[in-house]
Every structure is written in C-alpha cells, then in structure tokens.
Design a protein around this ligand. Structure first.
Ligand code: BG6
Ligand code: MG
Length: 217
C-alpha cells in the first residue's frame, strides 16, 4: 500500500462548526415556526446547505418556491457567518494541527475536502490555510457527498490517484463518498456513525501517522 496524500473533511474533523450550523438552522426554523432540534441536526452532518434545508423542511419543502428556498438558505448562511466570526485558532480540535504538521514533515500531500462554501474562511480563521496543498470546497463540484466528486476533485488537485489517498471524515455520507471514489477512509467519531470506514478513531487527539497506517493495514 503506497500512500501519498490525505484529504481532510473540515466540520467535525478539524474544527467543530456543527454547533454554529445548528444555531443558524435553529434560528431560521424558529423564525418560521418549523420544528428543529439537536437530534434533527445530527441528520445534517456533512450534508450540503440545500439538502440540509430540504431535510429540515421535510414534506413542507414542496410548499415553497425556489426563490423562497434560496432566501431561506441565504438567511441561514448570514446567521452562520455571524457565528463563525468568533472562530480563532483555539477552535482547532485537539490533535488536528499536530497531525497536519506530521504529515507535511513526512512528505504527504494534504487537501481539504469540505462541502462548505465557507471552508476557506474557516481555515483562515483557524490559521491553518498554509498547511493545505489544495482546497476542495462547496464551490468545487456540483454533486455533493455521498457522491465521490469532491474527493476526486481534491485528489486531482494533489496530482494523486484515489488509491494513494486517505480520506478523513466524521460523517457517513463522507465515508460513502470516499469508498465510492476508491479512497481509503478513516472515520472520526463513534463507530456506529461511520460504519463503513476502513478504520475509526474517536477523534484526532494524540493520533499519529503511524497509528493511521497501522489501523489501515
Ligand atoms: C458541511 C457541514 O461541511 O458543509 C454541513 O457538515 C453544511 O453541516 C455543509 O451544511 C455546507 O456548508 P455551507 O457553509 O456551504 O452552508
Ligand atoms: Mg464533517
């Protein structure tokens, strides 16, 4: 097994923006009288902005015009942008930056593979944009996870074939995208959330390159 690259999801792997996404959707839902809670938010993990809104609305989605849907997505994003202004390097999840540095020091190429259109801004706020050789974000491809397109785009940007790259993901949609693209997939979180991953770690705290390579063997 020759590995040359790593592709990292952002939300839930490098930083925990899920809370800010939750607050954005919650505010939108409250303003419109739609039911929405933390359990419902779990189902939006890793899911694109549009698909998140459709899941939040459920059967109600059919009652809205495209313009109304766009307006709701814009409003949620405005709330989210306000919340992420609070992000600083202290919001890096434990172990993430250490692992990125170790991978670079060992010659691995590193890409971001995030469905978020705000990914670059979040990386800047975290102070780690310079640790990535390529960025695949919500603007890079049409088809979002679980389609493999975003990770295939990232691998192409790195100049590597999928079977030489490891995807690190906290959402099952992302693990499915990785497997569909021919990547090795490391799941982050409880094993039941990422049942199809090739290896699982609860988080990146203390995880070193050798731990990942051993777990994938
Ligand atoms: C993913 C998040 O990374 O990006 C989802 O896990 C989010 O919760 C998606 O909906 C799209 O993000 P954005 O910032 O483009 O609305
Ligand atoms: Mg994620």
């Amino acid at each position: 097994m020759i590995l040359r690259g790593f592709i990292f999801d952002l939300d839930g792997v490098i930083t925990d923006t899920a809370e800010y996404h939750f607050r954005g959707w919650k505010r939108l839902a409250d303003e419109n009288g739609f039911p929405f809670d933390r359990a419902a938010n779990e189902k939006l993990r890793g899911v694109s902005r549009r698909e998140s809104l459709l899941r939040l609305l459920g059967k109600r989605a059919a009652e809205f015009s495209e313009a109304q849907l766009q307006d709701m997505m814009t409003r949620k994003n405005e709330y989210y942008l306000q919340f992420i202004q609070e992000i600083t390097p202290r919001d890096l999840l434990p172990g993430a930056k250490e692992l990125l540095h170790e991978l670079r020091a060992n010659g691995y190429k590193i890409a971001l593979g995030s469905a978020s259109k705000n990914a670059r801004q979040v990386l800047q706020a975290l102070g780690i944009e310079n640790l990535f050789d390529a960025i695949a974000d919500g603007y890079s491809v049409q088809e979002q996870k679980p389609a493999p397109d975003l990770f295939l785009f990232a691998a192409r940007e790195l100049g590597l074939p999928p079977n030489e790259c490891v995807v690190v993901e906290d959402a099952e949609a992302g693990i499915q995208a990785a497997k569909a693209g021919g990547f090795l997939a490391v799941g982050i979180g409880p094993p039941e959330r990422v049942p199809n991953a090739d290896a699982v770690f609860p988080n990146l705290d203390g995880v070193q390159l050798q731990d990942i390579l051993t777990a994938l063997e």
